[in-house]
Design a protein around this ligand. Sequence first.
Ligand SMILES: [Zn+2]
Length: 260
Amino acid sequence: MNALLQKAREGNPLGIDMIDIHGHIGRYAFAIPTLNVKSIVDSMNKLGIQKTICSHMHCMGQNAENGNEEVYKAIQAYPGRIEGYISIYPFSREHVEIVVKKWLKAGFVGIKLHNANGLPYTHPHLEPAYKIANQRYLPILFHTWGDEKEFEEIEEISSSYQNLSILMAHSGACKKEKYAEFALKHQNVYLDVTFSSAPAGLLEYFTERIGAQRIVWGSDVYFLNQAQQLGKVVGCNLSQQEKSLILYNNARQLLDRIQR
Ligand SMILES: [Zn+2]
């Protein structure tokens, strides 16, 4: 058994740094055992996770601004432990620009976009968000689920705004080959392996195709348990160095690139 997995199974600290780049705050139609931010931080403390970068569930609709307010409260309650992605509903170009500038000033570290609102990622009203994010070298976490349209839209954004760190949420939940090819084609694309199940060999496959430097770990807390999501990295057949890249170094680098 590998050393990390053994430590995890014994319930001991892993002795490595970890950043969760895909967390959520807010109610949703999922069973959530404890609906408060403290439950996320308790889980982080138990597992030794330094930071969780969170967006609000309102990223899926028109209440995005209320969601950002709640994320801001969480950041203030747990400085340095909870970080925030800005959620955006593209009412107008002006609105988008105001929202992005306001929350970046308040300390948010990136943007989360979800297409459950029925709008394409290439919606013209989002342009100010991409421009500002590109100037600041921000990460943008895109919800994806293997849809062709998602790849086409994100390809356009990736090519136009090359300073962005583009995080493809739920990479490999389906069409793993397509995700790997997409990352190979676009050097600013990172594969976020947040996914409820843990298909055997998925992390090894991505590492072999694109290298461990562009794979990032997220949990979908608090819908999914961070321990369960961590297990798929800890237990996979990669070296400890590769696991550290996935669990920490790559995310650290994404955050360090940001120009404030
Ligand atoms: Zn999510």
